[in-house]
Design a protein around this ligand. Sequence first.
Ligand code: ATP
Length: 363
Amino acid sequence: MSSIRLDRLGKSFAGIVAVADMDLNIGNGEFMALLGPSGCGKTTTMNMIAGLVEPTHGRVMFGERDVTGVPIGRRGVGFVFQNYAIFTHMTVYENLAYGLRARGEEASKIDARVREIAGLLDLVAFLGRRASGLSVNILQRLAIGRSAAVNPAIFLLDEPLSNVDAAFRAVMRAELRELQRRLGQTMVYVTHDQLEAMAMADRIAIMDRGVLQQVGSPIEVYREPANTFVARFMGSPSMNLLTAGVSDGALSFGEMGSLALADGKLALTNGSSVIAGFRPEDVRLTDPANARLRARAVFVERIGARVIIHFEDRGQSFKIVESAGFPVAQGDILGLEPDTERLIAFDPKTTLAIRGAVSHGLH
Ligand code: ATP
C-alpha cells in the first residue's frame, strides 16, 4: 500500500509554527497537490513526508507503516526538487539508468526501463547527449525521469516546474499527469500556482500560515470554498467578496440594490451581515432598467478572449468576466444578475462559509 496519512503532524522552528497539527489522508495512486502562498508550510510538510525534516510532533504513515523516524533513503520515495539535481558529466541515458544500476538491476531490464521513461518524457532524442549541454527545460524533464525510473510507489515533487518557461510548463503539466496515471504512483505535488493544482490534481490541500484550510477536488474547492481565504486563493480573477446586510429575506448591497429571496431560502438572521461570495463568471450582465442590482463599470480590461469589467461597491472592488465581444465601456451602468445557485455566504467574524445559508434559489 502506498497511501499516506499525516496524523496531527506539526513542525516548529525555534518556536515559530511552520506546520500546525496537520491531518491529511492521501489515497493509493492519488495525485494530491499541496497548494498555498509562499511561507505557508508546503515544503516543510513535503520534507516531513520525505524524511528530510523531523516533525516536532505527530506521525507520517505509509499504508500501515509508521515511517516517522525512518530516514529518506529507507522510505522508498522518489523526490524531485525545484532545483533539479542531475549528474551533468553523464549522458541522459546514464542519468536515467543511474538508480536502476545502483539497485543492481539486469542490463536488459535497465535498457527497457530507460527507453520507456525516455519515451514518456520525450527524451529519446537526447539519450546520447551529455547533460551539461542541455537546456533547463530538458534538465528538469530529466530530473523527473531519473526519479521516476526506479518506480517509487510514492513520488514527491516540490515546485518542479517553477524554473521552466511558460510554454514548456503547460506541456509538462499534461505529461506529468499522464506519467503519474500510467505508473499508478501516489503523487504529492507542491505548488503555489492554483492553476497548476487545478489542472493536475485529483485533490488539492490548501494551506495558509501553517494551517490546512481545505481538502477537496479542484471543482469542490473552486465551487464550495470552506472560507474566504480559499475563495480568494482559487480562481483568477478570484471570487468577489462583498459585505451584504440581511433584511426581510433579502441580501442588501447598499446603493447597488438587493437580491430578494424566496421564502425559506435564506437561513440567516434578519439584521445580520454576511460576506456574499460570487465568482466573476457567475454574474450575468443585463439591462440596468430591470435588474435587481446595478453598478457602474469603473474600468474595462480586455485580455485576449475575455473582458474583465471592474466595479466598486461601498469601497469594495469586484470584477465580472465576459467574453471579448461583450459591448461595454468605462462609465456604463449595467444590471447585474448573480447566479444565485452559486452564491455563497461567509461569516464575517470567522470567515467560514455558512453552509445552507442560501439554499439554492434567490428570487
Ligand atoms: P515557499 O513556497 O516560499 O517555499 P512554503 O509554503 O514551502 O513556502 P515553508 O518553506 O514550508 O513554506 O516554510 C514555512 C515557514 O517555516 C516559513 O515561515 C519559513 O520561514 C519557516 N521555515 C522553513 N524552514 C525553516 C528552517 N529550516 N528554519 C527556520 N524556519 C524555517
